[in-house]
Design a binder for this molecule. Sequence first.
Ligand code: URA
Length: 435
Amino acid sequence: MRAYDIIYKKRNGETLSKKEIEFIVFNYNNGAIPDYQAAAFLMAFFLQKSTDEELFDLTKAMINSGDVLDLSSFHFPTADKHSTGGVGDSTSLIAAPVAASCGICVPMMVGRGLGHTGGTLDKLEAIPGFRGQSDKEEFLGYLKYANAAIIGQTAEIAPVDKKIYALRDATATVESAPLICASIMSKKIAEGAQTLVLDVKTGNGAFMKTFSESKELAQKMIAVGKHFKRNVAALITDMNVPLGGCAGNAVEIKQVVEILKGNLKNDLYDLSLELSAQMIFLSKKTPNLNEALKLAEKQISSGAALEKFREIIKMQGGTPKVLDDPDAVLPKAKESAFVKADRSGYISSMDARSAGLAAMLCGAGREKKEDKIDYSAGVIFHKKTGDYVKEGDLLAELLYNSERNISEARGVLENSYIISDEKPARYKLVKEIIA
Ligand code: URA
C-alpha cells in the first residue's frame, strides 16, 4: 500500500477502505508518512464527502494510536462532557462537580484555549498550585480518590490526534465536520467514559457558524458515539453571544465559584445544569431528564457540588482557598479599560468571536500555541444581547497588564456590540437536542 494512492483515491471522491485509513493513521503516527502527505490526505478528506464507515474507521484508527482506559472496575457509572469550543464557556467546571457529586465517575480530559476560544485547562491553571498535567496512572489514582478529575490530554490517549490537529491548524483543515468529529470522539472514547454529552456550539463564535453545519457535526458525533456503544446526547447551543459574564481565566474561575455557591444564576448556570442533567440521566441516576435537572439544581443549592469541586482542586494541588475567597488567591490584572455605549437602545447582537478575540488580545489567550498567557487578563461583559442601555453606559471592561494590544482589543470589542431601537427577540440557548 502507498500513501500516494490513498490520497489520489480520496482526492477523486472514492470511498476508502478500513485498511487504507488505518495505513495512513498508523504510519503518520509512527513517522513513516511525512507531514506533506498527511496534509494532502486531510485536505482530500476535508473537500470530499465521507461515508459513516470511513468516519468510524478513522475514529477507530485514531483511538488505536494510543491506550484505551478501562474504567469498568469503578463501581460508578462513568460520564464526561465535551464542548466544540466557545467564549466564556466554563460549563465543564460546573458540570463535572455536579455530576460527580451525584455518584458519577467523571474522567474529564480537557484542552487549552487557542485563538478566540478559551480552554478549561488554562482556566484551572489560574488557581495557584493546580496541576493539570498527569499521566494515565495518576489520572486513574485521582478517579479512585475523588471519582472525578480534570486534566489535560495525556500522551497515552489518542496521541495521533495531537499531530493531526497541529497539521490541520497549519493547513486550513480544521472546520470539517468529519475531522472535528473523529478528533473529539477518538479522545473521548479512548478516555473510557460510558456516557458522553456533547455541546456542539453554533454561531459566529463557533467553528461551525450555521445551524445546519452544527447539526451535521452533532449527528456525526452521535453516530460515532452509538457505533462505539456509548450513551450519547448532543446539545446544539448558541455561540453568537458569549456565555456568562466574562471571558478569561481567573475571572471565569471566580464566576464558577459564585455559581457553585448558588450566588449567581445566568446563562452559564442554565447551560451547565442542562449538560449536567444529561450526564445524570444518561448515567441512569434518575428515571427522566426532568428529575435529573432537579437533582443537578439540588447539588448546587445544597453545596454538594461546591464541596466536590473543593475535593478535585485540593487533590490536584490547587489551593482550596479559591472557593472561600477567590479574590485573595486568583491573579488580578493591574489595568482596566472601558467600552461604553455610544447611543441608547437595545443591544441587538454581540459577536462572540470578537469578544473572545478581545480577551485574547488582553493576554487571556494564545494566538499561537507557544504563546504565554496572562491568567489575570480578560473581559467582563456588563451588558449582553437583549439588554437596554443608555448612551455612556458601561458595556464591557478589559482587564490587562500589558498595553501592547489594548487599543486593538478595545476597537474589536466596541465593534462587537450592535445597539438598535428594536428590542431583539429572545435567543434560544439550547437550539436542539439530538440523542
Ligand atoms: N476540538 C478538538 O479536540 N478537535 C477539533 O478538531 C476541534 C475542536
